[in-house]
Design a protein around this ligand. Structure first.
Ligand code: HEM
Length: 132
C-alpha cells in the first residue's frame, strides 16, 4: 500500500489528535481521583511526544495546503483554541481545588471537540456554523 505525503501527514495529525485526547481523558480522571499514576515517568513524558507530533504534522499540513494561521480564519481559531485546550489541561492537572480541576477538565474536553468541529467544517465557528 502506498500513501502520498499529504495522506500520511493527515493520518499522523488525526491519529496523534485521537491519542492526545484519549490520554488526556485518562490523566484527567487520574487528576480528579488524586492518583499517583500522574507522577509516573511515562505518563509525564508521553503527552509531550504526542503533542509535538500533533503540532509538527499540523504545521506541515498547513504548508502543504498553503493556508496559515493568521491568514486563514479556521486555522487561526484552531491555534487559539489549542492554546485554550493546553491551559485548561494544565488547570485540570494542577488546579488547587477538586472543583477547579473538574470544571477545567470538562471545558478542556469541550474545547477539543470544538477544535475537531473547526477542522471538519473548515469554518472558524466550527459546530456553531451549523446553527441558525
Ligand atoms: C487539538 C488540536 C487539533 C485537533 C484535534 C485537530 C484535528 C484535525 C482533524 C480531525 C483534521 C482532519 C480534517 C479533515 O479531514 O477534513 C485536521 C486537519 C488539519 N489540521 Fe488540525 N487539529 C488540531 C490542531 C491543529 C493546529 C494547531 C493546526 C494549525 C496549523 C492544524 C492544522 C490542520 C490542517 C492544515 C489540516 C488539513 C486540512 C485540510 O487539508 O483540509 N491543526 N485537524
Amino acid at each position: 500500500m502506498t500513501m502520498n505525503t499529504y495522506t500520511l501527514l493527515l493520518t499522523t495529525h488525526v491519529g496523534s489528535a485521537a491519542i492526545s485526547i484519549t490520554f488526556f481523558i485518562v490523566r484527567g480522571i487520574w487528576a480528579l481521583n488524586g492518583s499517583p499514576m500522574l507522577r509516573a515517568k511515562f505518563v509525564r513524558i508521553a503527552p509531550h511526544v504526542i503533542d509535538t507530533i500533533l503540532l509538527a504534522s499540523a504545521i506541515a499540513l498547513a504548508i502543504m495546503i498553503h493556508q496559515y494561521p493568521g491568514t486563514t480564519g479556521w486555522l487561526t481559531v484552531k491555534v487559539v483554541a489549542l492554546v485554550c485546550y493546553i491551559g485548561l489541561g494544565m488547570a485540570t492537572l494542577k488546579g488547587k481545588t477538586h472543583g477547579v480541576r473538574a470544571a477545567a477538565f470538562a471545558a478542556a474536553v469541550a474545547t477539543f471537540a470544538f477544535i475537531v468541529s473547526v477542522a471538519l467544517t473548515h469554518n472558524p465557528l466550527g459546530i456553531f456554523s451549523l446553527a441558525g
